[in-house]
Design a protein around this ligand. Structure first.
Ligand SMILES: [Zn+2]
Ligand SMILES: [Zn+2]
Length: 109
């Protein structure tokens, strides 16, 4: 079944935004029943304020670690262990994508 782009109104800023077919497909795959109530911008703002401004996040103990991939200093919410390489967010995401790609390749064969 094909998903058509549709225009929704953001309840945060009141602007119209497009809920694309691709996003609808994603929502359907994840089993989300509600359409997004906010445009992408407002969602990003909320996500950022959750990550940065939340008291619990701020109080959570962060440990400094050096990324095993690119060497940048990063902060992780768990105590780094010597037997486990630590990756910064970028490298972690890149590696996860790579692993997913590998898994996909393996599944195809
Ligand atoms: Zn908005
Ligand atoms: Zn890195």
């Amino acid at each position: 079944m094909a998903f058509q782009d549709k225009t929704l109104k953001c309840k945060e800023c009141g602007k119209d935004f497009v809920f694309t077919g691709g996003e609808q497909e994603f929502y359907a795959e994840k089993g989300f029943e509600n359409e997004p109530a906010r445009c992408r911008e407002c969602r990003d703002v909320r996500r950022r304020s959750r990550e940065g401004g939340d008291d619990r996040t701020a109080q959570r103990e962060m440990h400094e670690a050096v990324c095993a991939e690119c060497g940048v200093v990063t902060h992780v919410p768990f105590k780094p262990r010597n037997d486990r390489p630590i990756y910064c967010r970028d490298c972690f995401n890149a590696r996860r994508e790579q692993e997913e790609a590998h898994a996909q390749t393996a599944a195809d064969n």
